[in-house]
Write a protein that binds this ligand. Structure first.
Ligand SMILES: Nc1nc2c(ncn2[C@@H]2O[C@H](COP(=O)(O)OP(=O)(O)OP(=O)(O)O)[C@@H](O)[C@H]2O)c(=O)[nH]1
Ligand SMILES: [Mg+2]
Length: 467
C-alpha cells in the first residue's frame, strides 16, 4: 500500500473508530412547577460551556482532570420540540439588576456536543477524542401525575375526584364548577357552549387548590399546564360527580362526550407522552423543592409527598409497571435532587438530602429492584447566597447573606433547621424554618454561574459516559 493510501485508510479508520466512540444521551429534567428546572438546565449548560476553562467542577473527573476539549450547542434532532430558552435565561440572569428566568409551560430541548479525551486507556488507544451528544429535555413533572389515569375508566376517575370533595377546603373552592355541572343533565344533548365554561371553572378549581391549599397533585396535569393544547376540546371535560347516570349514553350526550374526551386525553396526551418522549429518555433527574413545601406547612408538605409518590410510579419498572405494556422504558439512572439548597446554611445540606431520600424511599425500593441506579442529593443550580457565621447572644451561629428578591436589600439570616426525616407534629409547632426568596446573584455572562454540587449531579448522570 502506498504511503498516501495508507494514510487515507488510517484517516478513514480513524473516522470510523471516532463514530464508534461517539454517543448520544437523552437526559430528561423534570420536577413540579417552580421546582427549579429552568435554573438547573441553564446552569448545567453554563457549567459545561465553561468546563475546562474556569468552571468549578472538582467532583466531575473529566473537568477536574482537564480532559474536556470543547463543548458547543448544536441543533436538536427533534425538530418538533421547542428549543430550551438558554439565551433568554442568561440575559435575565445577567441583567442589572439580575432576574430569575421566566416560568416555562411545556417541553423544550437543548443539545450539546461534548468533546473529550477518554480517561479509559482502551478508548484512548483507539482514538484521542470522543464526543457525547447530550440532549437535555425539560418537561413539567405534572405530566407524570397523569400516569394513573391510564388504568382508570372515566367512571372510576370521577369517583376518585368525588372523594377529593370530602376535603372541606377543596369542596369550598369547588363551588362554581359544582353548581355549573349540577345544571347539566347527563343525557342532554352534548353542547360545547356548556362544556367549555364548565371545564374552565374546573380548571380554575385545580389552580385554586394549587394556590390556596399548596396542592401539588392536580389531575389532569395538562389542565393546568396545557402547553400547545390550550383550548383544545380534548381538555374540556370534568369528572361526573352529580349522581347516577343512565346506561347507554354516547358522545351525543353530555356524559358520553366527556367520557370520550377523557379517553382521548388518555390516549393522545398521557400515553402519547410516554410513547413519544418518556420511552426515549436514558437518564432522568427529578428536581424537588422541599423547602417551599416545608415553609407552607404540613398540608402542603403531605401533598408534595403524595405527588412525589405518584411521580415515582413512572420509574417503577418490573412487575408493578403495568403501563410498560405500552412501551419499553430505558432510564437506567435516576437522580433526585433537592433544589435551592443555597437557602440553607451548609450544615443543613445533608439533612435536606436525607429528607428527600425519606420522601422517595418507597419508589427507591421498587426501582432498585428493576436495576435502576438511584441517587439523592441537595444542590443549588444558581447559588444566590454566601454562607458565613455571625455572633448571636455570645454564640457563633452559621448564617447566610444574600439579597431579598422583593426589594433587592442585603440580608443576613439564619434560616433554621430542616428535618432530616418526615416532619412530626412537634416540628410543625416550633417550625423554625424561615424561607426568604433571594434575588439571583450579580453575575456576568462571561463567568460560569455559581452553584452547589452541580458537579456531583454531572458525575452521577454522565460519569459512565464521559469517562
Ligand atoms: N436561591 C435559589 N433559588 C432558585 C434556584 N433555582 C430556582 N430558584 C428559584 O425558584 C424559581 C423557579 O425556578 P425555575 O428554574 O424557573 O423553576 P421551573 O421548574 O423551571 O419552573 P416552571 O418553569 O414554572 O415550571 C426561580 O424563579 C427562583 O426564584 C437556586 O438554585 N437557588
Ligand atoms: Mg421552567
Amino acid at each position: 500500500m502506498s504511503r498516501t493510501a495508507l494514510e487515507q485508510w488510517r484517516n478513514k479508520a480513524g473516522a470510523w473508530v471516532q463514530r464508534g466512540l461517539d454517543q448520544r444521551l437523552r437526559l430528561a429534567v423534570t420536577g413540579l412547577s417552580r421546582s427549579g428546572k429552568t435554573a438547573f438546565i441553564t446552569s448545567l449548560v453554563s457549567q459545561l460551556e465553561h468546563a475546562g476553562l474556569d468552571a468549578r467542577l472538582p467532583h466531575w473527573p473529566p473537568a477536574a482532570q482537564g480532559r474536556l476539549l470543547g463543548i458547543k450547542r448544536v441543533p436538536s434532532r427533534h425538530h418538533h420540540v421547542p428549543a430550551f430558552g438558554y439565551e433568554a435565561a442568561l440575559d435575565q440572569l445577567s441583567a442589572r439588576p439580575p432576574a430569575w428566568p421566566e416560568p416555562t409551560r411545556g417541553i423544550s430541548e437543548i443539545t450539546l456536543a461534548i468533546k473529550y479525551q477518554p480517561g479509559n486507556r482502551l478508548k484512548r488507544k483507539l482514538n484521542d477524542t470522543a464526543t457525547l451528544y447530550l440532549e437535555i429535555v425539560d418537561y413539567p413533572g405534572e405530566w407524570l401525575l397523569d400516569l394513573p389515569l391510564l388504568a382508570m375508566s372515566y367512571a372510576q376517575w370521577s369517583e376518585q375526584q368525588r372523594g377529593l370533595l370530602q376535603d372541606e377546603v377543596l369542596a369550598a373552592l369547588a363551588g362554581p364548577w359544582l353548581q355549573a355541572g349540577a345544571a347539566i343533565a347527563p343525557d342532554s344533548p352534548a353542547d360545547d357552549a356548556r362544556l367549555a365554561p364548565l371545564a374552565a371553572a374546573y380548571t380554575r378549581w385545580l389552580l385554586d387548590s394549587k394556590r390556596e391549599r399548596g396542592a401539588y397533585l392536580v389531575q389532569p396535569g395538562r389542565f393546568v399546564l396545557p402547553g400547545e393544547y390550550q383550548g383544545a376540546p380534548m381538555l374540556q371535560f370534568v369528572p361526573w360527580v352529580w349522581g347516577t347516570v343512565p346506561a347507554g349514553l354516547d358522545d351525543r350526550h353530555h356524559y358520553g362526550m366527556m367520557e370520550a374526551r377523557f379517553e382521548h386525553y388518555k390516549k393522545h396526551l398521557v400515553a402519547g407522552f410516554y410513547r413519544d418522549f418518556f420511552a426515549g429518555f436514558d437518564r432522568q433527574i427529578v428536581l424537588v423543592d422541599c423547602l417551599t413545601a416545608l415553609n407552607r406547612g404540613p398540608d402542603s408538605f403531605a401533598e408534595l409527598s403524595r405527588a412525589l409518590n405518584a411521580i415515582l410510579q413512572s420509574f417503577e419498572y418490573g412487575k408493578s409497571g403495568w403501563w410498560q405494556r405500552l412501551f419499553a422504558p430505558r432510564i437506567d439512572k435516576l437522580l433526585f435532587a433537592a433544589t435551592k439548597a443555597d437557602h440553607l446554611t451548609p450544615d443543613q445540606h445533608g439533612r435536606l438530602a436525607r429528607l428527600l431520600n425519606t420522601l422517595v424511599r418507597g419508589g427507591h425500593r421498587q426501582a432498585r429492584l428493576a436495576g435502576i441506579d438511584i441517587h439523592t442529593l441537595a444542590l443549588a443550580s444558581i447559588k444566590a447566597t454566601s454562607s458565613g457565621q455571625v455572633s448571636h447572644r455570645g454564640d457563633t451561629i452559621p448564617a447566610l447573606q444574600g439579597r431579598r428578591l422583593d426589594d433587592f436589600e442585603p440580608v443576613t439570616l439564619y434560616p433554621g433547621e430542616v428535618p432530616e426525616s418526615l416532619p412530626d407534629a412537634e416540628f410543625w409547632q416550633r417550625q423554625g424554618f424561615d424561607f426568604t426568596e433571594f434575588a439571583p446573584p450579580q453575575w456576568h455572562k462571561d463567568q460560569p454561574l455559581p452553584h452547589l454540587r452541580l458537579d456531583q449531579a454531572l458525575a452521577f448522570l454522565l460519569g459512565d459516559k464521559v469517562s
